[in-house]
Design a protein around this ligand. Sequence first.
Ligand code: LLP
Length: 386
Amino acid sequence: MLSSQIISYLRTERTPLYLYDMDLLRRTLQSATAASAQYGYKVHYALKANFDPVIVDCIREYGFGTDCVSGNEVRYSIECGFDPSQVVYAGVGKTDEEIEFAVRQGIFAFNCESRQELQVINHIAGQVGTVANVALRLNPDVDPMTHTHISTGQADSKFGISYKEIDQLAAETGTLNNIRITGIHFHIGSQITEMRVFEYLCRRVNTLYEWFTDRGYELSHVNLGGGLGIDYDDPDNNPVPAFGEYFDIFARNLRVGSATEIHFELGRSLVGQCGEFISRVLFTKVNSAGKNVALLDGSMTELIRPALYQARHAIENLDGSGRPQAEYTIGGTVCESSDTFARNLSLPELQRGDLVSIKTAGAYGAAMASRYNMHDLPRAVYWEGE
Ligand code: LLP
């Protein structure tokens, strides 16, 4: 819930913009740090969720590493002051140039997605004259019970190495002298709210971990990826995700040796709730079906989640106090029907010029913005709390 002070401030600002509550971000990071430290778990921030430099700088101060999915993300992490030993590189398709760059940085680990990629990393590391640390991203075939577009850990997916190939893989790794298998990696999907999914994941991980240790691999780490879901329906009452419950599940269910570190790659849960997308009502009208339509000056070019995943975000009329409720279709400026933030949404009556907040937009909001329709990229405003 935004204070009247911040709303007055927003009235003076050009929209659309992303508003970040830095106090909430710090409380979230604090909570994640405390909950993970209890078990000695290491957390990498999945940079793809939001690479805003102010946000990233704050995350670095709490001691997180980064999880990168491109050479540019690896470079950016290092430019932002993360130590290469805190950086993991997990892209499903890495180019030779990106691999060489990351090899030269001496990152903590490549999360390798195929046998062929393993050969290429080995070859490039050999050319550079070094040995690269690699964690094998295994596809555990676990249903994350989330939107299909953000499910990554099922058998029929482009991600990870099939568990059916691990015999062959083990036979091959012995001949690759420029890589060191230091870990195994998993990431089954995002916005996971069914916590038992993480229990199922642990069971698969335990079996695969045992398979590797039985064959003499000394795994220095197991990386469980990210995926912890957040509350899009009621963000005001659940601003900080259940990190305690999340890490407890792994502590209770994982069976790995005490010399093996446990790593995570959290994105959404660290930054999702601290960001709101703020725009203004440009026009209101009634369509031929008799429904109220409100058109915002923001669109899918700044926040694509509703268009891409049919995602529902809580929406608030920041100027609606005391007005009667009405039902709206809330649209953006782009000439595509998918550019609709909500349908049949009951809100205090909207008028031209009203400020509208679309909540829980700190993750995969600004980071996924595009210049479609030659729109400007969205601005950011940082709020330090009351
Ligand atoms: N690790 C890997 C290998 C990943 O692919 C991802 C996210 C993460 C970690 C972080 O997952 P998180 O903790 O944020 O769930 N754009 C979509 C989400 C895509 C997630 C892609 N991978 C959305 O807006 O819902």
